[in-house]
Design a binder for this molecule. Structure first.
Ligand code: SAM
Length: 437
């Protein structure tokens, strides 16, 4: 799919020309990979290429965000605005990198927040509210503990200006103001506080189960028709492009498969092509950026364990890999992977393999230069067996659910000498490239 490669090249060119080669991709919106955040020295750059998916009404324009943030210059813990630029089909907002966030603890805010931290988030939020601004998305990812022990709040793309009491209501309880509700209020943040969290999460689960029970029947045909009505499907259908239609079919199979989020109809990764967002739980581009900067696939043979939709194999092929094979236990996801590979014009092969099976799959899967085991070992009981298989390869791409140190130890035990951390994923897990050389 030529347009996809062209769009990625356009991004590379824009970044190189506007903020420089050394820019580090920090995050990508899962709703549009045309909204990205980069870091250069002590600046953060939010960059958007205007496309239908990147302009869909969820977020403020960066110009609005800039206006809102200028009101907050007196609040410690919110980043200062350094500039806003609009260039043809692009906009760019430059912010100060909060210096104290160098000591940012990435686990903060995940489901073990302390009461003390929670109160500190409230205190900063109230300061912002007093100035007539509501943050509107107090998700744990948008708040960090700084090295001095204080709290910093960032990412104001859902923020709005209103009277102080309306701001408090929006940030505390998520009540609507500024035309829309808060995406994530302090009230639902309570779920992550130790003790309270366990109770609230149990209540939320129970309510969800009761609602799911009451809204039966939940047939897959019903889910399919809901998917067919989604804006993303409608936009694809308007295009006279067979590759996009094939990709949309792949995405709809992946969304329903058990290999993606089993409780919701959504694929594992989101990507954007031609301004259409193929929806997923997490942005593919962020992961690929870290891999492509550190690995050379040219002329190599890649084996992707637990491949899901096989996006890694597709991108490796697009970057010159000689041969790619994806294996997964889920037959539906392999059907989606086959369609996706066809849509991209890559001829990735796929095979159903259960890595936990007593069948000697190791004997069939040989002759590969790189093996990838991204977020797959966690689901397999006999991890030693898979590690022993991995250890027979020269290069490995690895992401586990264990701590960073344990992952590194496991790679060393498997005989890898050169171990490179590629960066944390959106779930705060480190990805590694390791080789024997
Ligand atoms: C969390 S997803 C990771 C997808 C992909 N590796 C990535 O990180 O981009 C885990 C994948 O492993 C597959 N999987 C789980 N258990 C497996 C098993 N026993 N054998 C092969 N694949 C398995 C699932 O079907 C799913 O597609």
């Amino acid at each position: 799919m030529e347009r996809y490669s062209k769009e990625q090249e356009e991004w590379d060119r824009f970044i190189r020309d506007s903020i420089g080669q050394n820019a580090v991709l920090v995050s990508v919106s899962k709703f549009s990979s045309d909204c990205r955040v980069y870091r250069v020295n002590d600046s953060i750059f939010k960059i958007r290429r205007f496309t239908p998916s990147s302009m869909r009404g969820r977020n403020n324009s960066f110009e609005d965000e800039c206006l809102v943030m200028r009101q907050l210059s007196a609040v410690t813990g919110t980043p200062a605005v350094r500039g806003y630029k609009r260039m043809d089909r692009w906009e760019q907002l430059e912010l100060e990198l909060l210096p104290e966030l160098h000591g940012y603890d990435p686990t903060f805010g995940m489901p073990h927040e302390t009461f003390k931290d929670f109160w500190s988030v409230i205190a900063v939020t109230l300061q912002i509210n007093r100035l007539g601004c509501s943050h509107g998305d107090l998700h744990w990812r948008n708040v960090g503990r700084n090295v001095k022990g204080g709290i910093s709040v960032f990412d104001f793309d859902q923020a709005c200006l209103a009277s102080p009491w309306r701001c408090v209501m929006r940030d505390l309880f998520g009540f609507g103001t500024c035309e829309r509700r808060s995406e994530f209020s302090l009230f639902n943040r309570l779920r992550y506080v130790q003790g309270v969290g366990v109770l609230l999460r149990a209540m939320v689960r129970l309510t969800k189960d009761v609602l799911a029970f009451l809204s039966r029947p939940h047939s897959s045909s019903l889910q399919r028709s809901r998917f067919a009505k989604s804006t993303f499907m409608q936009r694809v259908m308007l295009q006279e492009d067979l590759a996009l239609k094939t990709l949309a079919e792949a995405w709809s199979i992946a969304a329903r498969s058990k290999a993606s989020a089993p409780d919701t109809d959504i694929a594992y990764y989101s990507i954007d092509i031609g301004g259409i967002n193929f929806p997923g739980e997490r942005p593919w581009i962020l992961r690929w950026e870290r891999i492509r900067k550190n690995l050379d696939f040219k002329g190599k043979r890649l084996l992707e364990l637990g491949c899901n939709m096989g996006l890694l194999s597709i991108h490796a092929k697009l970057s010159g890999a000689a041969f790619c094979l994806g294996v997964d236990t889920d037959k539906d996801i392999l059907l989606a992977a086959n369609l996706a590979s066809r849509a991209f014009g890559t001829n990735v092969e796929h095979r159903p393999v259960d890595l936990g099976d007593s069948f000697r799959w190791e004997e069939e899967l040989n002759g590969f230069d790189i093996v990838s085991a991204l977020s797959v070992l966690h689901w397999i009981e006999d991890k030693e067996r898979v590690w022993s298989f991995i250890s027979k390869h020269k290069e490995v791409l690895y992401e586990g659910h264990e701590s960073e140190q344990e992952a590194e130890d496991n790679l060393r035990k498997a005989g890898f000498i050169h171990i490179v951390p590629l960066g944390t994923t959106e779930r705060n897990r480190q990805m590694f490239y390791a080789s024997r050389m």
